[in-house]
Design a binder for this molecule. Structure first.
Ligand SMILES: *Cc1c(COP(=O)(O)O)cnc(C)c1O
Length: 207
C-alpha cells in the first residue's frame, strides 16, 4: 500500500498499530497490508510473533525509544529500527548482531525541534553519530526519521530532515503522521507513519 501526496511522489505507509488490538491489526493484515509500526518493544512482543507467524512478509518498524537493555529483544522482533539516536545504542546493536541477532534496517532519529524531553540526536551531532555507525561499527544507515514538536508547523522540520538526508547521502525519510502525511509526501517522505487516520482515536496514551 502506498500513499500519494499532492505531488508526484509516493511513500510507504507504515500503519502504526500501537495500542490496537490483535483483531484490529488482523483487519489490516487480511486486507493485504504488511508494513506496521509499534513504539514499545514489550507491547509489540505480546502481539507480533504470533501475527508474523500467520501472515508472512510483515515488515515491522520500531518507532519509539529503545532502551539498550532491550536491544536484543528489539532486533529479534523488528525488521526496521527507526529510532537509533545515540552512540551507546549503536554499540549495543553492533554487539547483538555480532552475537547472532538479525541485522535490522536502521534510521537515525533526529530531534529537529531540539526538545529536551524527546528522543533523537541533535542535528549538530548527526555527523559524528553517522561516522561512528558507518566507519567504526560498520552499521549501514538507510535514512532519517523525525517527530516535529507538537503544535508547531511541521514543514520546516520536514525540510531540515530532507536537507540533512541529502547532505549525507541517505535515501530514506520517515516523516509525517495522521495530520501531516500529505505535506510530508510532498516534501520527500519515503515512509509516513499513520495510526489515528486509519484506526480512529487511541483510547490510551500511546506515545
Ligand atoms: C503514534 C505515532 C505515530 C502515529 O501517530 P498518529 O497521529 O496516530 O498517526 C507516528 N509516529 C510515531 C513515532 C508515533 O509514536
Amino acid at each position: 500500500m502506498a500513499l500519494a501526496g499532492g505531488g508526484a511522489d509516493t511513500a510507504q505507509l507504515v500503519v502504526v498499530s500501537k495500542t490496537r488490538s490483535v483483531a484490529a491489526i488482523e483487519e489490516a493484515l487480511k486486507a493485504g497490508h504488511r508494513i506496521f509500526g509499534e513504539n514499545r518493544v514489550q507491547e509489540a512482543a505480546s502481539k507480533w510473533p504470533a501475527l508474523k507467524a500467520r501472515y508472512p512478509g510483515v515488515d515491522l518498524h520500531l518507532i519509539g525509544a529503545l532502551q539498550t537493555n532491550k536491544t536484543r529483544a528489539a532486533l529479534d522482533l523488528f525488521d526496521v529500527i527507526e529510532t537509533l539516536d545515540r552512540p551507546k545504542l549503536a554499540r549495543a546493536i553492533r554487539k547483538e548482531i555480532d552475537r547472532g541477532a538479525p541485522s535490522p534496517r536502521l534510521f537515525l532519529q533526529i530531534n529537529t525541534g531540539k526538545e529536551p524531553q524527546k528522543g533523537g540526536v541533535l542535528p549538530g551531532d548527526l555527523p559524528a553519530l553517522l561516522e561512528l555507525c558507518r566507519q567504526e561499527l560498520g552499521l549501514q544507515i538507510t535514512g532519517l526519521m523525525c517527530i516535529p514538536p507538537a503544535g508547531e508547523e511541521a514543514a520546516s522540520h520536514f525540510k531540515l530532515l530532507a536537507d540533512m538526508a541529502k547532505l549525507h547521502d541517505l535515501p530514506n525519510l520517515s516523516m509525517g503522521m495522521s495530520d501531516d502525511y500529505a505535506l510530508a509526501c510532498d516534501m520527500g517522505a519515503t515512509h509516513v507513519r499513520v495510526g489515528t487516520a486509519i484506526f480512529g482515536p487511541r483510547e490510551t496514551a500511546g506515545a
